[in-house]
Design a binder for this molecule. Structure first.
Ligand code: PLP
Length: 376
């Protein structure tokens, strides 16, 4: 137990490795795997994830912003890094200094990179094409002209085309076939073949696992590495052969017995129906423990059994009902997330997706890295 507040997120690095190998083994040996570790590795901890997956054979890593690439460099990660979004001309110098690769959706950004880059070490860039996501990327009809323009800058090296699947969470969705066919036609064109290194990429987790025609030269799996199904709510991590990576732990800080008819917490939003035993747990919405789990919306696991929340979630504390759990020790361990109430259960209860749950677990919660769930 930590010497500070007894609330921490446990990260099972062997499960992370297992999930990475699920991604890697889903594609041919010649296809590279570049794990996505943006948003601090989906909240898990980008540096620890990178160190673990470099040892497992990852070819490079994807991040969203130059700040994330810099943080990895400062931590001593020297693997290839590609910055996928949020690049402006103003950040070009930092991209070059971090020796990062870059997705390009804008010729102005490419020119800024070219300006700061070195002919002796050209910056690897990927031309991003909008094939249906409708977010970043140039339009398919612009690709040939842009490649010809980019070829004029010796301090840039155009690695390939990239695009992003909009509906990979539903592999049967017709949009996948449409995007894949469009991307295939683009990468097959003679201009693309002449003016790029052929390092094309299209697949996120869903595409990596279920859509081999989306693999191309390298894949970009994210969510699956962290133990949530890319097909949620249509499938679960368990069914997809993924292992649970994070579990969120705490302890009961105080127990009390109250009479029937006792109203509890802010707003007195709930009142006990019978004599009740309550447990107070040191976690709250400031930690990403979502307020909607209060008033019976969620539960924690104590001694393997569910204890529902009573009253509102506070900034730093929650209260649970222990009345049906007779043998609870004074500082009984509590599982907040994981096991019978995992990320996917949270996402279902909160009507969101596992991505949002992971990203919103607060910085205030220490990440504790272990190799398997049994080595606590
Ligand atoms: C986040 C992201 C990914 C990874 O997506 P997952 O669904 O988490 O596997 C891949 N490519 C791009 C461009 C992304 O932004």
């Amino acid at each position: 137990m930590p010497s500070g507040r007894p609330t921490w997120l446990k990260v099972d690095l062997s499960a992370l490795r297992h999930n990475y190998l699920q991604a890697r083994n889903a594609s041919a040996a010649t296809v590279e795997t570049w794990p996505v570790i943006k948003a601090d590795g989906y909240g898990v901890g980008a540096v620890a994830v990178a160190r673990t997956l470099i040892r497992a054979g990852a070819d490079g890593f994807c991040v969203a912003m130059v700040e994330e690439a810099e943080a990895l460099r400062i931590a001593g990660i020297d693997a290839p890094l590609v910055v996928m979004s949020s690049i402006t001309a103003a950040s070009a110098e930092r991209i070059v200094a971090a020796k990062a690769h870059a997705f390009i959706s804008d010729i102005g950004v490419a020119k800024a990179l070219a300006h700061h880059g070195l002919e002796s070490h050209p910056t690897p860039i990927y031309l991003k094409v909008n094939t249906g996501m409708g977010r970043l990327g140039v339009e398919p009809g612009e690709v040939d002209d842009l490649l010809k323009e980019l070829a004029r800058y010796p301090s840039l090296r155009v690695m390939g085309l990239v695009s992003h699947l909009a509906c990979a969470d539903q592999p049967e969705h017709p949009e996948n076939g449409r995007q894949i066919a469009l991307f295939q036609a683009l990468v097959g064109s003679s201009t693309v073949q002449q003016l790029t290194a052929g390092r094309h990429s299209l697949a996120n987790s869903g595409g990596t696992v279920k859509i081999p025609t989306a693999h191309h030269a390298w894949t970009r799996p994210g969510i699956m590495l962290y133990g949530a199904s890319p097909f949620f709510p249509h499938s679960s991590a368990h069914i997809d052969g993924l292992q649970e990576v994070i579990t969120w732990h705490s302890h009961i800080l105080k127990q009390r017995t109250v009479p029937a008819g006792t109203s509890l917490g802010y707003g007195h939003s709930q009142t006990t129906a019978c004599v009740s035993r309550l447990g107070v747990i040191p976690v709250g919405y400031a930690d990403g423990y979502r307020r909607r789990l209060g008033n019976g919306g969620g539960a924690v696991l104590i001694a393997g059994q569910k204890a529902p929340l009573l009253g509102r979630v506070c900034m730093d504390m929650i209260t649970v009902d222990l009345t049906h759990l007779p043998h609870i020790t004074p500082d009984e361990p509590v599982l907040l997330l994981g096991n019978a109430f995992n990320i996917e259960d949270w996402a279902g209860t909160l009507q969101t997706i596992p991505y949002e749950i992971l990203c919103q677990i607060g910085d205030r919660v220490p990440r504790v890295y272990g190799d398997s769930p049994s080595d606590s």
